[in-house]
Design a protein around this ligand. Structure first.
Ligand code: NAP
Length: 301
C-alpha cells in the first residue's frame, strides 16, 4: 500500500511528486511513455518565472531528477483504470499489475490532436510529425510547413527556421493564440512565410510527404506548397476515458475540477492539463501539482 500514486510524469505529475515526497509521503509514479510530458517537445522555454531560458528537455530532466532523487519510485506502465475499494483505498490498474494506495493524483496531461486528413497516419514518420524538436533535424535545408497558431506552432516554426530552407506557417485564422512576443520574433525571420486564413485540405506524396494542399477559407482557392515535412501543432486532447467511472469528464473529456484539484471522488485528485482550466501553461501545471499533492497528503492522514 503506497500513500499516493501519481498517474503521469509530466510537469504536473512530477511537481506533485516533489511536493508529496517533501510532505513525507510515499509516492509512486505510473507513466505510460517517458518522463517529461509535452514540454519535452518544446525547444525553448522562456516564460517560466525564475528561469530565463531553458530547453523543454532540460526542464523536464531537472524535474525528473528532483522527483526521483527525493525517493519517488517510477513504473513505466499505462494506468488503465482506478477502483475505489470498500475501505476507501484505491487500486490503480495497469495491463500487467495492480497497485494499491490511499490517494491518487491523475496528471495525464494531453496528447497531440491530429488533423484528421486522409493518409495522415500512414505518412506519420514519413514527412508528417507532431514534434519539431524530435524530427526537425531530418529536414535540414529543406522546405517544411507548420500548422497551428498557438505557442507550440509558433515556437516550433522559429526552431525549424534556424535550419530549414523555408518554413510555411499555416493557420486557420489571421491572428494568433500564441504570445505576441513569440509571434513578433517569428515575423522577423526572413525564411518564414505565413499562410493565414487557410487550412490543409490534402496531403500529397506516395511513400513520403511531398507537399500539402492548402485552401484559403475566404477565397476558397487552393494551392500546393511543396514541402518535405509537415509539423502538426494544432493543440492537444485529453486522454482520461479510462477514469470516467471514478471522475466526471466534461464534454471534451477533461476531468472536471477547480483550482483545488479535487474530483468528485474523495481521495482522487487531478492536476495539470488533463483537468478543466482556462490557462494551460508550465506554471499552472506545476502549481496544480503542488496543490493536488498537499491535498492528497492531507487526505492520507
Ligand atoms: P493551442 O494553444 O490550443 O493552439 C492550437 C492552435 O491550433 C490554435 O491556433 C487553433 O486555432 C489551431 N487549431 C485547433 N484545431 C485545429 C484544426 N482542427 N485545424 C487547424 N487548426 C486548428 O495549442 P498549443 O499551441 O499546443 O498550446 C497548448 C498549451 O500549451 C497552451 O496553453 C500554450 O500556451 C501552452 N504552451 C506553452 C509553451 C511555453 O510556455 N513555452 C509552449 C508551447 C505550448 P484557433 O486559434 O483558431 O483556435
Amino acid at each position: 500500500m503506497t500513500d499516493i500514486i501519481i498517474i503521469g510524469a509530466g510537469t504536473a505529475g512530477l511537481s506533485a511528486t516533489i511536493y508529496a515526497r517533501r510532505a513525507g509521503r510515499e509516492a509512486l509514479i505510473l507513466e505510460a511513455l517517458s518522463y517529461g510530458g509535452q514540454i519535452v517537445n518544446t525547444p525553448e522555454v522562456e516564460n517560466y518565472p525564475g528561469i530565463k531560458h531553458i530547453s523543454g528537455f532540460d526542464f523536464a530532466t531537472g524535474l525528473y531528477e528532483q522527483a526521483t532523487e527525493l525517493g519517488a519510485k517510477i513504473v513505466f506502465a499505462k494506468a488503465t483504470g482506478i477502483t475505489v475499494n470498500p475501505d476507501g483505498s484505491k487500486t490503480v490498474h495497469t495491463a500487467s499489475e495492480d497497485y494499491n494506495c490511499k490517494a491518487v493524483i491523475i496528471a495525464t496531461g494531453a496528447k497531440n490532436r491530429p488533423l484528421g486528413l486522409d493518409r495522415e497516419e500512414e505518412l506519420t514518420g514519413s514527412g508528417v510529425s507532431y514534434c519539431a524538436t524530435c524530427d526537425g533535424a531530418f529536414y535540414k535545408k529543406q522546405p517544411v510547413a507548420v500548422n497551428g497558431g498557438g505557442n507550440t506552432a509558433v515556437e516550433d516554426a522559429a526552431f525549424l527556421a534556424n535550419y530549414c530552407s523555408k518554413v510555411y506557417v499555416i493557420h486557420r485564422r489571421d491572428s494568433f493564440r500564441a504570445d505576441e512576443a513569440e509571434v513578433a520574433k517569428l515575423k522577423a525571420k526572413d525564411n518564414v512565410e505565413f499562410v493565414l486564413n487557410s487550412t490543409i485540405t490534402r496531403l500529397i506524396g506516395e511513400d513520403e510527404l511531398e507537399g500539402v494542399e492548402v485552401t484559403d477559407k475566404i477565397s476558397g482557392e487552393s494551392k500546393i506548397l511543396e514541402v518535405s515535412g509537415l509539423f502538426v501543432a494544432i493543440g492537444q486532447m485529453p486522454d482520461n476515458n479510462s477514469f470516467s467511472s471514478v471522475v466526471k469528464l466534461d464534454e471534451k473529456g477533461y476531468i472536471t475540477a477547480g483550482e483545488d484539484c479535487l474530483t468528485e471522488t474523495e481521495g482522487i485528485f487531478t492536476a495539470g492539463d488533463c483537468r478543466t482550466k482556462s490557462v494551460r501553461q508550465l506554471t499552472t501545471a506545476a502549481a496544480d501539482g503542488a496543490v493536488a499533492a498537499l491535498a492528497a497528503s492531507a487526505y492520507c492522514g
